[in-house]
Structure formats: C-alpha cells, structure tokens
Ligand binder design. Sequence first.
Ligand SMILES: *Cc1c(COP(=O)(O)O)cnc(C)c1O
Length: 478
Amino acid sequence: MPNKDKHHLLSLVPGVDSIWELAKKNKDFNKIPEKVIKASIRHILANIRNKILGKNKLHNNKKENSKSEILIKVLKHAKTTISPKLVPVINATGIVLHTNLGRAVLCKDAIDNIIRIAFNYSNLEFNIAKGKRGIRYNAVEELICELTGAEAAMAVNNNAGAVLLCLDTLASKKEVIISRGELVEIGGSFRIPDVMEKSGSILKEVGTTNRTHIQDYEKAITPDTGLFLKVHTSNYKIQGFTSSVPLSDLVSLGKDKNIPVMEDLGSGTLINLSKYKLGKEPTVLEVLASKPDIITFSSDKLLGGPQAGIILGNKSLLKKIKANPLTRALRIDKLTLAALESTLNIYRDENKAIKKIPCLNMLTKSFKETAKISEKMLDHLKNKITDKRVAEFECVDLSSLAGGGALPELSLPSRCVAVNPILISLAELEKKMRLNKPSIIGRIDNNRFIIDPRTLKKEQEDIVLNALEKILNKTKIE
Ligand SMILES: *Cc1c(COP(=O)(O)O)cnc(C)c1O
C-alpha cells in the first residue's frame, strides 16, 4: 500500500480525547479508574496505527475503526487490566498438594482467624499481661511444643527458609556432613547443595547414592565439622541394594562427638497416616523420639496449613537460631501466623483434624466416596449430552496423588469421570476448561480428559458439570 494511502488512513484514526469523551459518558466505564481507561485507549489506538503501517493491501477498515468499535475494545482491555491476576481455580487433577495450584487449601478456622487478625490491631509483638514488647513466635511455639513434645519451636516464612536459617546459625563456615543419597532437589529449584552454599556452610558428602553407613559419617568428621544433616527424601525413593543410617544412630554419634544433628523432614505430619492407609510417613513425634537437635518441615504440605517453615528441637539451639539476624528477613507474617495457629489448634483433636483440614479430608476420602460423586456426575453428563457424536463419558478407576513431594509411592484409588471429546480435540477441551471462569484444571490420561473428585469441593461439582456441558454442547451437530 502506498505511503500516501497509509497517511490517509492514519489521519482517520480518532484521537485519545475523542474516545475518552465517549467513555466518560458510558456507564460501563464508571468503576474503572481514568488512568486505566486512558492507557487502554492509547493501547488500542496504537494497535490500530501499527496495523495500518504494517498493511500491504488497502481494504476498508472503516467499521473496525469506528469510534463505537474502538470503545468496545477499550472496555474489554480496561476490564482485563483491572481484573485480579491471582484467582481461585478448580483443582480436578486429584493431586491434593499441587504446588502450582497453591498447595494446601486452608481450613475454615484458619481463614476466619486471618480475617479477625487482618481486620484489627493485634498483640503480634506485644505482651498484654506485662504491658511490654512481646515475641512474635509465642503465638505458636507452645502449641507446636504441646503437639510434638519438642522443647522449643518457631515458625518462619517457609521450610527452605527454615533450612537456610538453621544451617546459617549452626554451621556457617563449617562442614556439614550429609549422605550422597540425600542431596535432593525439591520442585521449584530448592536444592540442598545450593541452600547450603548460600548459608556459607561447606557440603561434605559421604557414602554413595544408594548406600551410606555410620562409619562414613564418622570418618568424615574433622575439627571443622559443624553439623550432621539428614534430609527426608520425600519426593523419591531409592530401591534395591540400599542402606541409610537411622537417625538414632547418627544422634548417638553426634552426642559422642559433640556435633548437632538436624533433619529436614520436608513434609511433616502430626498424624500417623498409616492408620488411614496413607503410607508410612514418620510423624514429627516419632522423629523427635530419636532426639535430633533440630527438625524442620513445611506447614503447607501434609500439615495442611499456610506457607511456613517450622523449626523445632533443642532449646539452646533454638535460642541461637532466634537470635540470628537472618530471622528478621525470613520472619513469618501475621496473617500466616494467624492461619498457622488455628490450623495447629485443630490438631488437638485428631478426628476433627481429619474432618476439618481440607488436605487431610481429601487424602482420606474413600474410594467409595469418589465413586459416588463420579457416578452421579456421569449420570448428569449422560443426560445432558445425549448426542454420541459430541463426546463419550465413562467412569474409570485411577489413582490420585498426595503431591507436594509428599508420600511419593502412595496411590489413592479414586473413581474418576473420563471424557472423550469427539467433535473437538482433547487439547481443545483441556484448554477450554482451563480458560473457563473459574479455570478448571483436569488431567489427561489415556487420551481422555479426567475429572478426579478427590480434590473437588462439593459446590464445585456443578460448576465442572456446567462448564463441560457448555463447552461440549457448543459443538453440537445441528
Ligand atoms: C518441600 C521441601 C522443602 C522446601 O519446603 P518449602 O516449604 O516449600 O520451602 C525442603 N526440604 C524438603 C525435604 C522438602 O520436601
């Protein structure tokens, strides 16, 4: 297209002010800040100009560039700009502690307490009885000690922070002896060797990937040894010809040589999960019985609380950890603290915990319960989408996962709904469910779209059904 024509088309593009005058009069724009509307106008107009400049052929784009069309585009753009970016999604994957989807869903008590504390001033760092400055960790320290039998405890931003803080306090510029089989990477780039480097401690690996013996630790001790570290390899399992040193043996050696022992438990649980057929994850209580000096674990994995890292153990070491200036950088926020206290409080009654804490509730959901939900959903779908050329539905027996690097070998039998779309592709169905409002995340298995009821809340079942119906029926053959 000749430049002359381009110049002519460009001269027809309305100015920012003329669109702004229209927007001001239109009530759809009432709740959108002026700044946002003007930025959207500039954005849309720039797009139109760029399109004209890039064009080779002249064609009539009068309608597309009419003021009313532009206004529609501006409204859409402005609404997208101000819409929240962090949004709830429906997790139909069956992965209970899905790290990408925010790990643990909080229990009602925790949410109520967050609101109560957020809405008011609180005694976060104020001792009401004494009328002077108080300590942030007091809100949960006693409770953690009561539930685990630990001497002392604190909570920080997350478990990665807890490990970093402990290493920095106990072993900065010193050697930390760890088994080669425990140099793990947790999803999201948490690698034990990297955290160790950041803490200024020196990694001293002993043993081999599959076998490490107590003599390996003993031989590695030098005057520079600051700590024995054990890491619970929660997200994988080495099988076959393996041997690792029991924590209690390492503790004996540590006592003998005056070297503290720390275990990074990763996920930590306060409940004996084997009682609910959920594998053999050692409880925090059981691990403490071996008397390590320090244990750390996440609050938003099997515990089912907010994102936090819990440190517990020996009182004198905890005193040092609390006094480390790094604590200030890793400190737990008051809303998290509120949620953590309420979550821990529920653990005083195990039955209540199973019922009220969403992750425990989902993990203990029986196969029978999943079957009941899936069969009901299947009936509904078969009634609503009767044209066999649109999609096929059936129930399939699969397994859900705990996720979050916890209980890697555990498979939880779950009856799921499997959708086999015929008119649209599987990829298209997955995408449309994902882009639905609210977004619905399922999984693909054996060329079918799978809805696992384990991670669905009751009120979400209908939302999923309606979305499937809407998406699939749109493709109906007339
Ligand atoms: C998950 C995990 C971490 C990291 O915990 P965050 O709370 O996510 O920071 C560290 N160590 C182990 C063994 C873990 O499983």
